[in-house]
Design a protein around this ligand. Structure first.
Ligand SMILES: [Zn+2]
Length: 216
């Protein structure tokens, strides 16, 4: 940022910190921006996000937000939470997928809303404006069909957070292929839990507990 300010001299710049989802994994760092001059930290609850962006039809609408150097397209995306969001930066072509689609454990409670979210994400990709893709979590290892234990604090040989556009399309195609089949599905690059999936979720919780015990 110091380099950018040297080439774009100004006394300050506005900063908006908005959560892609209210879970602590997405907002734990927000506190460092609180109290910053000319800055806004949007609350993590649904009503705060909707009020700040003047959303009226979330998650279905695509909000266009002009920051002065390029239009951001922000859309609600439903995955394991009804309100997460994805952002496409119009200047850089950088797509932040949030929690809707990434190489990890996708817990889908509302398949219809998830399918609509996939359509919007893949529609952005099809528009040709996406040049880079960044997801929110690293949960799958480089070994096909093997995810790191929940809560792991050390993940050997993990893949990068960045995805290729082809990888994102592949994930989307995989998700579409099993969208009508409730249950737990483990594919090479992600796992989808469609519906309650109690045995599979219990297994993940047991892995989490075992990891906690091993770390204590
Ligand atoms: Zn997340």
């Amino acid at each position: 940022m110091a380099t950018w300010l040297r080439s774009h001299p100004r006394t300050s710049y506005a900063l908006v910190v908005a959560p892609s989802r209210g879970h602590h994994g997405h907002v734990a760092g927000d506190v460092q921006f609180e109290g910053r001059p000319d800055g806004t930290v949007v609350g993590k609850d649904r009503s705060s996000v909707m009020m700040f962006f003047a959303l009226t039809n979330c998650p279905d609408e695509v909000l266009r937000l002009d920051l002065g150097g390029g239009v951001q397209q922000i859309t609600g995306t439903a995955s394991h939470h009804v309100l997460s969001s994805s952002v496409l930066d119009g200047w850089s072509g950088f797509l932040l997928t949030g929690d809707v689609l990434y190489p990890g454990r996708l817990c889908i409670q509302d398949m219809a809303a998830f399918a609509c979210s996939l359509d919007r994400i893949l529609g952005l990709v099809a528009s040709g404006r996406v040049r880079h893709v960044m997801d929110a979590h690293i949960e799958m290892s480089r070994t096909a069909r093997w995810d790191y234990p929940p809560g792991a604090t050390c993940q050997h040989d993990e893949p990068s957070l960045q995805m290729s556009i082809e990888q994102l399309r592949g994930l989307g195609d995989g998700a579409v292929s099993i969208a009508n089949c409730p249950g737990a599905h483990v594919l090479d690059e992600f796992a989808m839990f469609h519906g309650p999936c109690r045995p599979a979720i219990a297994h993940q919780r047991a892995r989490d507990l075992w990891g906690s015990l091993c770390r204590s």
